[in-house]
Design a protein around this ligand. Structure first.
Ligand code: 25A
Ligand code: L14
Length: 337
């Protein structure tokens, strides 16, 4: 079997470290592994398969001989380094929002639109975490009964905003009980014992950029330019795992039982829907897992053809690292590297 040279840019970040773990767990056929980050992290050691690897500062030479480069170091780094990595011959799988809506860049969720990797021109974008788990759940229903409209409210974990935001929740919680004050470093407000209806920056239309990612990326991934999405994205004091309350309006009626039958068979989904026995998805249980968990499926009786559900996934795994590694697996499967 062929083995590949892999680079991770942003290896020391919350997503980067999860990428290393996921590559290891899925036994991705790696020949050489290069861990890259900013110069301030160079020299740090990270473990892969029980072996310590030194983190190198990112440079053009670092991409020499690399087959696949996984990027998760933020949008501005992706804009700067992806063209350089491609020029050196690598296929870039980018986790930032930098390239997602570029018409020359496929935006891929392997359970939904795997074939789109085939037309890549060097860069493949990994969607936003909240969007990924939503389309995994909605696409099978959309294929059966066209979805016209989606109303979604998210409950997003702090880890989505990176390693520093994880520390914000830890330190603020400690400070609260010690009667001290902690100034948040990564999040725009205090998150401990609070919820914040603000993720990424506000735009002129009074939605956040995170919310507009859910609108635009959903259409691109599902090849459904007419689907209407009404999102509200909220940060909650949870470390790992995003949750979503989703209400859809379909063209044809669909019963909760039909939806359960469809989702039971759908790829990448675990149905946990037995509320009378207290069975429903929760972030504390989805954390560390690669699937999307769906439950609380019920009729929305506030309008015709309405269906409500609750969808949870580990944002660092299916929302970022796992989805990126699955895209790398598709490249191998289709013989594109
Ligand atoms: O622009 P976007 O697309 O909106 O993305 C913004 C951020 O979202 C996070 C990710 O942060 C990203 O940076 N993110 C979460 N989920 C995501 C997803 N699905 C996602 N982004 C995209 N898609 P993160 O914390 O997970 O990872 C950040 C990584 O980026 C590296 N990096 C930063 N600047 C870089 C760079 N790499 C190369 N060149 C640059 N100029 C960053 O490397 C990290 O790997 P790092 O090792 O330098 O920083 C992490 C470590 O360094 C310490 N540290 C950082 N800043 C400071 C610091 N210590 C003291 N003072 C500081 N100011 C941290 O302790 C940490 O260990
Ligand atoms: O992938 O939770 O566009 O703050 C960047 C912000 C992921 C979530 C992206 C957050 C997002 C992140």
């Amino acid at each position: 079997m062929k083995h590949y040279n892999i680079a991770i840019l942003g290896a020391t970040g919350a997503v980067g470290q999860t990428m290393i773990k996921v590559l290891e767990e899925r036994e991705f056929p790696i020949d050489e592994l290069r861990l890259l980050a900013s110069p301030r992290s160079a020299g740090k050691e990270l473990e892969y398969m029980g072996v310590k690897y030194k983190v190198e500062p990112v440079s053009p030479e670092a991409f020499e001989g690399i087959d696949i480069a996984l990027f998760s170091a933020g949008g501005s780094r992706s804009k700067e380094w992806a063209p350089i990595a491609v020029e050196k011959g690598a296929v870039v799988i980018d986790n930032s929002s930098a390239w997602r809506m570029d018409e020359n860049v496929p935006l891929v969720v392997p359970e939904v639109n795997p074939e789109d990797v085939k037309w890549h021109k060097g860069i493949i974008a990994n969607p936003n975490c909240s969007t990924i788990q939503m389309v995994v759940a909605l696409n099978p229903i959309h294929k059966a009964k066209k979805i016209k409209r989606v109303i979604v409210s998210t409950y997003q974990a702090v880890s989505g905003a990176g390693a520093k935001a994880i520390r914000d929740l830890e330190e603020e919680t400690k400070a609260y009980f010690e009667g001290k004050y902690y100034y948040p470093e990564a999040l725009p407000q205090h998150i401990a014992f609070n919820v914040i209806p603000h993720i990424d920056v506000f735009l002129d239309n009074n939605y956040t950029k995170e919310e507009m990612k859910m609108v635009n990326e959903t259409r691109k991934i599902m090849h459904a330019p007419d689907i209407k999405v009404s999102p509200t994205c909220v940060r909650v004091p949870v470390f790992y795992g995003h949750s979503e309350s989703i209400v859809i309006e379909t063209e044809e009626p669909i019963t909760p039982e039909e939806a359960r039958e469809i989702l039971k068979e759908a790829p990448g989904i675990i149905l946990e829907d037995d509320p009378h026995n207290n069975l429903y998805p929760m972030p504390i249980e989805a954390a560390g897992k690669d699937e999307v968990f769906v439950g609380r499926i019920r009729e929305d009786f506030s309008f015709d053809n309405g269906l409500a559900m609750w969808v949870v996934a580990d944002n660092l795994r299916k929302g970022a690292a796992t989805n990126a590694v699955q895209i790398a697996e598709l490249l191998v499967e289709y013989g594109l590297v």
